[in-house]
Design a protein around this ligand. Structure first.
Ligand code: IPE
Ligand code: IPE
Ligand code: MG
Length: 247
């Protein structure tokens, strides 16, 4: 965490961008228009996060379980990611944003994978906000892949089982090098993690807001950052916030 403008700003905010479909339904529009509108919210949120002094912003864009949706909707979501990177990469780069992608890459379409790698490569040296896009991401899948790689190291004699601990696990996850999220926000009123950053969320503050993702605004974001600043994070220890004498 850092102190910016005398406020405690979370170093890493992760967002489950949910409710695009219901936003569209409520307006009698097809779900696809909800997703399109959601991309605009992504642009605003990236900007707002940078301005607020957040250093890492993770956005859940497509989960490993979203393959259960109809092919048309999956195509739309893939197309939107492609369009977003094509249209916004130059601007993100100019704004010194560093792009990181987390999620399974093996079974991704080549055109998508190429673009994702290009986004990471182009912005590799940037030093501003790190924008982590969770695409084809599922926490259990991520942990299982990390376990498989650790097992390979052990089988090859390069690692002893007794050397495996939480710190080493961190280095084998997709999020290696990225600090744990301080704040996880979910829009649309659902109060669950849906397989998002389960390991990394160990001590995250959770906030659930009723607004559908296309209605999420920089103002609401700032409000949630203010709420975060008032939370007492104890990590299993005792409070470090001042308490009245005798309490
Ligand atoms: C979030 O909106 C976007 C993705 C999951 C890709 P949804 O598409 O889940 O919208 P709802 O939850 O059906 O309203
Ligand atoms: C979580 O939303 C995934 C993303 C936001 C990408 P879902 O809409 O897929 O989650 P469930 O199915 O309601 O749990
Ligand atoms: Mg949803």
């Amino acid at each position: 965490m850092s102190i910016a403008e005398n406020r405690i700003v979370p170093e890493h905010v992760a967002i489950i961008m949910d409710g695009n479909g219901r936003w569209a339904n409520a307006r009698g529009l097809p779900r696809t228009l909800g997703h399109r509108s959601g991309v605009e919210t992504v642009r605003e949120t990236v900007k707002a996060a940078g301005e607020a002094g957040v250093q890492y912003l993770t956005l859940f864009a497509f989960s490993s379980e979203n393959w259960r949706r109809p092919p048309d909707e999956i195509n739309e979501l893939f197309g939107l990611l492609k369009a977003f990177i094509r249209r916004d990469l130059a601007e993100l780069h100019k704004a010194n944003v560093k792009v990181r992608i987390i999620g399974e890459r093996e079974n991704l379409r080549v055109d998508i994978l190429t673009l994702l790698l290009e986004a990471e490569e182009t912005t590799r040296e940037n030093t501003g906000l790190t924008l982590v896009i969770a695409f084809n991401y599922g926490s259990r899948d991520e942990i299982a892949r990390a376990a498989a790689r650790l097992a390979t190291e052990v089988a090859a004699g390069r690692l002893k089982p007794s050397e495996i601990n939480a710190d080493l696990m961190n280095q084998y996850l997709d999020t290696a090098g990225i600090p744990d999220p301080d704040l996880i926000i979910r829009t649309s009123g659902e109060e669950r993690l849906s397989n998002f950053l389960l390991w990394q969320a160990a001590y995250a503050e959770l906030m659930f807001v009723p607004d559908f993702w296309p209605d999420f605004s920089p103002e609401l974001f700032k409000e949630l950052l203010d709420r975060f600043a008032k939370r007492d994070r104890r990590y299993g220890a005792l409070s470090t916030k001042a308490v009245a004498v005798g309490q």
